[in-house]
Unconditional design. Structure first.
Length: 335
C-alpha cells in the first residue's frame, strides 16, 4: 500500500451561525441547543489549537486532545443532525495521531503504527459522511480512511470487513475524478485498490487494476511488483518473473528503499516476504528466495496464498537449493 499526505488541520474559527429568520422559527429548546452547540464547538476548537503546541508535554497534548474530543461530542449531542462535530473529531484524532508526514510530525502523540484510535477516526468520518454525503470534504477523507481500514488488518475475523470498506473508498475516490485525465494520484489509488482486491482474493480484479495503474504512466516499482505477485498467485509465474526482471536490479533496490522509508506497507506482517521472495527468484538469488518463502509461510499471512508459496519451495528444493541466511536489510523484511 502507498501512503500520501492529503490533509491539513483546518478548523473554522467558529461554526456557521443560523440566519435571523431561522432563529425566529426555532423553539426555545432549539435555541438553547444551538447556543450549547456553538459553545462546545468553540471549546473544541480552542482545545484543538492548544493540542498542537509542540513545547508542552505529551501528557498535556493528550489532555487537550481529550478535551477537544469531548467538547465536539457534546456539540453532537446538542444537535444530533449536525455533521460538523464528527468531521472535526475525525480530523483531530487523525492529525494528532496518524498524519505524521505533515506539519504535526514532531508532536509526541503522532505514531502511524499505533492503531488505538483508528476505529474512532473511521467511525467519526462515517458519521460525518452519513449526515453530509454531498459535502466536498468527503472526497478528501476517502484515501486516509481506506489506509486506516487497511492498517487495521491483523489476521482476525474483522479483516474482510476492513478490506471491503477500503476497496469501497478507493473505488469512490476514483469515481470522483473527472475521468478526462490520469494523474499520479490515480496510479497510487489504482495500485492500492489492486492490492486490496488481491487481499480479498479477487485476483482478476487485482490484475486488471494493476494494469490500469501502469497504463497511467510512471508507475512505481511497488506497483509493478504488486502486479507480479498477483500474476504469480493467479498461476502465471513466468509472466510474474518477467515483470520483476523488467525493473532490473535498480528496481529491487528502489523497492527495498521504499519499504525502509515506509512509503509502502503490507499487511498483515509477513506479506512483504512474498514480494521479496519472488523478486529474489527473479534475480537468481535462490537461497535467499527459499528462506523468504519459508518466512512467508511461518508468518501466517494470507493463508489462501500459502499453497502457491509451497509450490515455489518445492520447485527450489527440486533444484537442490538450500536456504541461506537473509541479508541484514531483509531480516526481517522491512515493510
Amino acid at each position: 500500500m502507498t501512503k500520501r499526505s492529503l490533509l491539513l488541520l483546518v478548523f473554522l474559527a467558529a461554526p456557521a451561525d443560523a440566519s435571523v429568520w431561522d432563529r425566529a422559527l426555532q423553539s426555545p429548546d432549539e435555541e438553547t441547543n444551538r447556543d450549547l452547540y456553538d459553545t462546545k464547538m468553540a471549546e473544541g476548537d480552542n482545545a484543538t489549537l492548544n493540542a498542537t503546541v509542540q513545547s508542552i508535554s505529551i501528557a498535556n497534548n493528550v489532555e487537550f486532545i481529550h478535551r477537544a474530543e469531548l467538547a465536539y461530542r457534546a456539540a453532537a449531542v446538542a444537535r444530533p443532525r449536525e455533521a460538523e462535530p464528527y468531521y472535526r473529531i475525525g480530523m483531530l484524532l487523525y492529525q494528532m495521531y496518524y498524519n505524521c508526514d505533515q506539519i504535526y510530525a514532531q508532536l509526541p502523540t503522532c505514531d502511524p503504527n499505533n492503531m488505538r484510535h483508528a476505529e474512532d477516526v473511521i467511525a467519526a468520518w462515517d458519521q460525518f459522511e452519513s449526515r453530509a454525503p454531498l459535502d466536498p470534504r468527503v472526497a478528501e477523507l476517502l484515501l486516509p480512511r481506506a489506509l486506516l481500514h487497511t492498517k487495521l488488518i491483523d489476521s482476525s475475523s474483522g479483516d474482510r470487513r476492513h478490506l471491503e470498506k477500503a476497496a469501497a473508498d478507493y473505488e469512490a475516490a476514483l469515481n470522483r475524478g473527472d475521468g478526462l485525465s490520469a494523474t499520479r494520484g490515480d496510479e497510487q489509488l489504482l495500485g492500492n485498490l489492486a492490492e486490496t482486491y488481491m487481499m480479498l482474493n479477487r485476483l482478476d480484479d487485482a490484475i486488471a487494476s494493476y494494469y490500469r495503474a501502469i497504463v497511467v504512466g510512471a508507475a512505481r516499482v511497488s506497483t509493478v511488483y504488486g502486479l507480479a505477485v498477483a500474476l504469480d498467485r493467479d498461476g502465471s509465474g513466468d509472466q510474474a518473473i518477467r515483470q520483476i526482471q523488467s525493473q532490473g536490479a535498480e528496481g529491487l533496490d528502489a523497492f527495498t528503499k521504499e519499504c525502509i522509508r515506509h512509503s509502502v506497507f503490507f499487511v498483515p506482517s509477513g506479506e512483504s516476504a512474498y514480494y521479496f521472495a519472488l523478486a529474489s527468484e527473479a534475480s537468481g538469488n535462490y537461497g535467499t528466495a527459499l528462506s523468504l518463502w519459508i518466512h512467508y509461510i511461518a508468518s501466517g499471512a494470507h493463508p489462501e496464498f500459502q499453497a502457491r508459496a509451497r509450490e515455489h519451495i518445492e520447485a527450489l528444493r527440486d533444484k537442490h537449493v538450500h536456504a541461506e541466511p537473509l541479508p541484514p536489510e531483509l531480516n526481517p523484511p522491512p515493510c
